[in-house]
Every structure is written in C-alpha cells, then in structure tokens.
Design a protein around this ligand. Structure first.
Ligand code: S3P
Length: 170
C-alpha cells in the first residue's frame, strides 16, 4: 500500500485526522515532527531556538528521503514541508499527497487550543502572521496536492470527507 501524506498549514489538523484515519484504514501513523524530535532528542521549538530554522529544514529533508522507502503509513508532515520541492518528490515516490485545506480563522482557533509551541507563530500579531504565511504557502499546497479536502467543518465531518476522498485512490 502507498503512503498517504498529509500536507497543510500549521494547525489544520494533520496529526488529529492522520491518527483517526490511520485507525479506520488500518495504516500506521507517523508524524515527521515527532520523528525529528526523537532523532534530535529535542523539542521542535528548541531546535529552532538553538540550531535555527535552516538546521530544522535539513532534518526535514533527511526524513523525507527515508520515508520514500516506507509503505502503508499515514504521514503527517510539518506545515513547511512544501518549502522544498525535493521533499515532495521524495514523499510522492511511494505516497499520495493529500492537502488539508483550512482557512485562517480555523487555523487560529486550532493553534490557540493546542499546547504545541509553533516557533513561526510566536508573534504578537498571531492572526496577521497566519494570514501572511498562508497567502505565501497556499499556492504551494495547491500545486503539490493530488487530493484536496476542506477541513473547516467539524472533526467528524472532515474525517468523513477525507475517507470519501480516499475511496478509489487506495
Ligand atoms: C512548521 C510547522 C510545524 C513544525 C515547525 C515548522 C512550518 O508543524 O514543523 O514548527 O514551517 O509550518 P505543524 O504543521 O504540525 O504545526
């Protein structure tokens, strides 16, 4: 079975939906940020503050290379994975790219509920930063998406939409 690779902005629900659909479909779940934290023995926020974003992006590229060899996994990626085309090429080797599309308000709501520290959103004007980054990245998510699912509704609604979209693809 090919992997299902979830892409989308921070806080769109890649890990939440990834775990839910992995359970339903009998896939294994994997989160690139978790793998990086385990390998580096550091929290993502500490990697950013101690080693810098470039170092983090290098870790991400290494993970994408190794994931090309996996199968039967639901892979939740970090929101910035699309900054490198090579990452997507690697993930596509044995994966279907599924974009979880959320609007700025939904993202703002989700990141405020979450206890994960997202270094790129540690700004005074968090909503402004979400809007700015989302505008910059949306064309990339759209360019790489093989399937797109709107996840602005409830968790249950969106999970069903994802499962429907995947029918016939896996
Ligand atoms: C990032 C997203 C984060 C994490 C890091 C950078 C980004 O993951 O990889 O803080 O550049 O969008 P989530 O999308 O899971 O929040």
């Amino acid at each position: 079975m090919k992997n299902i690779v979830l892409i989308g902005f921070m806080g769109c629900g890649k890990s939440t939906f990834g775990k839910l659909i992995a359970k339903k479909l009998g896939y294994e779940f994997l989160d690139t940020d978790d793998v990086i934290e385990k390998t580096e023995k550091m929290k993502i926020s500490d990697i950013f503050s101690k080693e810098g974003e470039e170092y983090f992006r290098k870790c991400e590229r290494n993970i994408c290379k190794s994931l090309a060899l996996e199968n039967n996994k639901i892979i939740a990626t970090g929101g910035g994975i699309i900054k490198s085309e090579e990452n997507i090429e690697m993930l596509k080797l044995n994966g279907i790219i599924l974009y979880l599309k959320a609007d700025a308000h939904k993202i703002f709501e989700n990141v405020n509920k979450s206890n994960i520290v997202r270094p790129l959103l540690e700004k005074e004007d968090k909503m402004g930063e979400i809007v700015r980054l989302l505008a910059q990245r949306t064309p990339l998510y759209e360019k790489y998406a093989q399937i797109t699912v709107d996840v602005n509704g409830s968790i249950e609604e969106s999970t069903n939409k994802i499962l429907t979209a995947l029918r016939g693809e896996i």
